[in-house]
Ligand binder design. Structure first.
Ligand code: SF4
Length: 419
């Protein structure tokens, strides 16, 4: 299994035949696209251009080399069609072979010692994985499944570490993570779901491997498997609304790439690890530009305008998603209380509150009954206080109620669980 961050090499052989050569940026008018390309574009469009348009190679990164070697060993383990599975010694040998393909410098380590330390760490990790999973080892449907699917003017590539068939065309996709922790990236799973369910080859493969014929394939479940801790993070199939919002985001990024919008978006994190600093107009020989008064003001404000626009669009989209999820939590939590997911816990408090539709009509009623002063500055709390007080006339209450709707307010307090 190759780590997701690396695209497979041309002609590379996967478990189930040759992995297709990387698609050119444009093929038959389709824009070559993937989740990692989108992430990089969102991080910094100029960085995307240097890497994917100008094809300037980045420095090797030791964490990618480490992840690749672990993935290669797991690919070896699951390549079995008919058990027995390899022994733990054979698994470690597969890791050793992959590790020794490159020198420590080619892998991106600064010293031989650091490389050797990670090699030992990898061996321990694989032994623990084997021990943890040995009783449930079973040949998966597909391993290291790479596919390119044409949709909406894009040719989207996904590489799934492991796919299992749950029956009736339902699939479980597993993504192995080897970093320090598992970043919750539902959008990466949305990409798997969208493309897996559109991919016609999967139906053919089900017929070919299991002699199962289905009209369509569907995601049953998705899973991040954190190899260093043997922890599993399960995700249900996303609903159409989530996929729809995600796909809008994908098409927005694709439009910007087609429109050749490659302004740099500097930021502490992305620039810190960026290999293109010496080429970047934001930097002078590896250092940020001098103060703004020395920089061309017009260019700077244009860059900021675009950056602001992009961030605002993303924020609006995220805000809409956040509100929708909060509403779902409010419905699911019934009477409120404390709940926990894999990484977060939250507390939900529910209370009834009034909402008023027509501000002018409310002012009229308050004035008619001489209640305006009591509502103070006409805040929602002020008017609600008047409505709920015992000493207003029934007529005034009735007229105010005509303008009011009682809603359930959901207050959510979320905390991240300790790692
Ligand atoms: S140095 Fe920063 S702004 Fe320049 S290309 Fe890299 S990430 Fe983008």
């Amino acid at each position: 299994m190759k780590k997701k961050n690396s695209e497979p090499a041309a002609g590379e052989t996967g478990l189930f035949g040759a992995v297709p050569a990387p698609a050119p940026s444009q093929k038959d008018g389709l824009l070559a696209f993937s989740y990692s390309k989108m992430s990089l574009y969102e991080e910094c469009p100029l960085k995307y251009k240097f890497k994917y348009i100008d094809k300037i190679k980045e420095e090797p990164k030791f964490y990618f080399a480490f992840g690749s070697a672990i993935h290669a060993a797991l690919e070896f383990l699951y390549s079995v069609r008919n058990p027995p599975f390899p022994t733990v010694e054979e698994l470690c040998e597969a890791f050793r072979k992959e590790w020794n393909q490159k020198s420590y410098l080619e892998k991106g380590y600064r010293t031989q010692q650091k490389s050797d330390d990670d090699y030992q760490k990898g061996l321990l990790m694989l032994k623990a994985y084997y021990q943890h999973n040995r009783v449930r080892l079973a040949p998966p449907f597909l391993v290291e499944y790479s596919t390119d699917v044409a949709v909406d003017g894009l040719l989207v590539r996904i590489i799934a570490d492991k796919i299992e068939h749950l029956g009736g065309g339902k699939l479980l996709v597993t993504d192995y993570k080897t970093g320090k922790d598992v970043k919750r990236q539902p959008s990466q799973l949305y990409m798997y779901q969208k493309i897996v369910e559109l991919d016609p080859r999967l139906k053919e493969k089900l017929a070919e491997i299991y002699d199962v014929r289905v009209s369509s394939v569907r995601i049953g479940e998705m899973l991040y498997y954190h190899v260093p801790t043997n922890k599993e993070y399960h995700f249900e199939r996303a609903d159409d609304r989530e996929i729809g919002a995600f796909w809008e985001r994908v098409l927005g990024v694709a439009d910007s790439i087609r429109g050749l919008k490659f302004d740099p978006v500097p930021g502490e994190l992305q620039c810190k690890w960026c290999d293109y600093k010496s080429l970047c107009p934001h930097f002078f020989g590896g250092h940020p530009h001098p103060p703004a008064d020395l920089a061309p003001a017009v260019e700077k404000i244009e860059t900021l305008v675009d950056r602001y626009g992009r961030l605002k669009e993303r924020m609006d989209e995220l805000q809409a998603q956040l509100l929708a999820v909060a509403a779902d939590i409010g419905r699911a939590a019934k009477d409120g209380g404390a709940y926990a997911g894999a990484s977060y816990s939250l507390e939900v408090k529910k209370a009834q509150k009034w909402e008023f539709r027509d501000r002018e009509a409310v002012i009229k009623v308050l004035n008619q009954f001489d209640l305006y002063q009591r509502a103070l500055s006409l805040t929602l709390t002020g008017i609600s206080g008047v409505l709920d007080s015992k000493d207003i006339s029934e007529d005034a209450r009735k007229k105010l109620l005509e303008q009011a709707v009682k809603k359930t307010a959901v207050d959510i307090k979320i905390t991240r669980k300790p790692a």
